[in-house]
Design a protein around this ligand. Structure first.
Ligand code: FSX
Ligand code: SF4
Ligand code: F3S
Length: 394
């Protein structure tokens, strides 16, 4: 079923201008916004609001800090292959400070950071990439004479929102691996307050873009779980939507890399796949934009749980995962869903195309993603007897 609101925007001059700015056709631009709305699990009609916001809203100023990390978060955004995903990201935000991307150096960039912070006081988004070393008063990471701890606290003081991008900034990630010689910690621990986290090593750029677009469209960050992770992306186990799930259920496993089961695409659980204990949407929206169907499990490697605190970089890669639940695969229809909510069929199909998935299975996955999130909210609301919270105030 086509979405009338979105189609009516095709004649809108503002949409045409935005599409031209991004070297896209109007149709591509609208399809992309519909896919974003689907990723966010927004209800029917929200895709038009997303398109309008991306086309017309003032870009929020972003200060992007780098601490202990490999710059993979930034790389994954810049290497994105969708038509102009990196262009879109740089179009929806005004990137006013970013050490990797700035051509200038030294005092010049320090001045740019201070100017952007002063001009956008209380309104800018602080994005933090990398863990913060806290041992020995934080001397293991200094920028412009300041420790990471000092710089983080200074930049967070007047930010409208703080986003920790990548597992390092979210909970310490790789730098915090035992014995954690620098005392690497996540942003929330250093600031002493919750922040929005987008874990992954690297994180999926699509989840970052969707989070920023939510902020742009609704003036608030998306609803998050107890670890600060946006629910639209991290409310489901990878195992629930995995393309190899039927093999798991049927007891067909790869036992060694390169054996018959591995060649046939059987389940990687016995090779240490952490999908059953890792919350992320890699199995739904794929990962890395390197082409159709690319994400670790599709490439034949077990998920290492890179998004999951206590799993990624903590558990040995080939040790067996804990099965967090025994729910049937999310490919199967749920029994609690109500009609009229969740992703539209049109936008689900677009996401399937964007993700490069087979149209039927991809549309089913995307449809399920939006609906299941709504279903969870509805179940919670029913239990609490009140309306579910749609977003988090900033
Ligand atoms: Fe690297 Fe980012 Fe991993 Fe960390 O991504 S890809 S080490 S999460 O902070 O740069
Ligand atoms: Fe997929 Fe891993 Fe689960 Fe097997 S164990 S179904 S490979 S997520
Ligand atoms: Fe990471 Fe596993 Fe996804 S290793 S990229 S969480 S499939």
């Amino acid at each position: 079923m086509a979405n009338q609101n979105l189609i009516s925007l095709e004649q809108d001059d503002r949409i045409e201008a935005a599409a031209a700015r991004l070297s896209m056709s109007r149709r591509e631009f609208l399809q992309f916004c519909a896919a974003l709305a689907t990723t966010l699990g927004l209800p029917q009609g929200a895709d038009a609001a997303v398109a309008e916001a991306v086309a017309t809203k003032r870009r929020p100023s972003v200060i992007w800090l780098h601490f202990q990390e490999c710059t993979g978060c930034t790389e994954s955004i810049l290497r994105a292959e969708h038509p102009t995903l990196e262009k879109l990201i740089l179009d929806v935000i005004s990137l006013d400070y970013h050490e990797t991307l700035f051509a200038a150096a030294g005092h010049q960039v320090e001045a740019a950071r201070k100017t952007a912070m002063a001009e956008n006081k209380g309104k800018y988004i602080l994005v933090v990439e990398g863990a913060i070393p806290t041992r020995d008063n934080g001397i293991y990471c200094k920028i412009g004479g300041k420790t990471a701890i000092e710089l983080l606290k200074e930049c967070a003081a007047d930010a409208a929102a703080v986003i920790a991008i990548g597992s390092c900034a979210s909970w310490g990630g790789m730098p915090s691996t035992d014995p954690n010689p620098t005392g690497a910690k996540g942003v929330d621990k250093v600031l002493g307050k919750p922040v929005v986290t987008i874990p992954g090593c690297p994180p999926n750029p699509y989840n970052f873009l969707s989070t920023v677009v939510h902020f742009l469209t609704f003036g608030a960050l998306p609803a998050v779980d107890h670890l600060g992770r946006p629910k639209f992306a991290y409310s489901r186990l990878i195992h629930e939507n995995c393309e190899r799930r039927a093999h798991f259920d049927a007891g067909r496993f790869a036992m060694e890399f390169g054996d018959d089961g591995h060649r046939k695409g059987h389940c990687l659980y016995k090779l240490g796949c952490k999908g059953p204990e890792t919350y992320a949407n890699c199995s739904v929206i794929m990962f890395g934009d390197a082409g159709a169907g690319t994400w670790p499990v599709a490439c034949g490697h077990p998920c290492i749980g890179c998004t999951e605190q206590g799993v990624g970089f903590q558990k040995p890669i080939h040790s067996m995962a804990k099965l967090k639940n025994i729910e049937p695969s999310a490919f199967l229809p749920r029994i609690v869903e109500e009609k009229g909510v969740g992703a539209t069929l049109g936008s689900a199909a677009v996401l399937a195309a964007v993700a490069g998935a087979a149209a039927g299975a991809g549309a089913m996955m995307a449809k399920n993603l939006g609906l299941s999130h709504r279903a969870e909210e509805m179940e919670k609301a029913k239990k609490e007897g009140s309306k579910a919270t749609e977003s988090t105030e900033v």
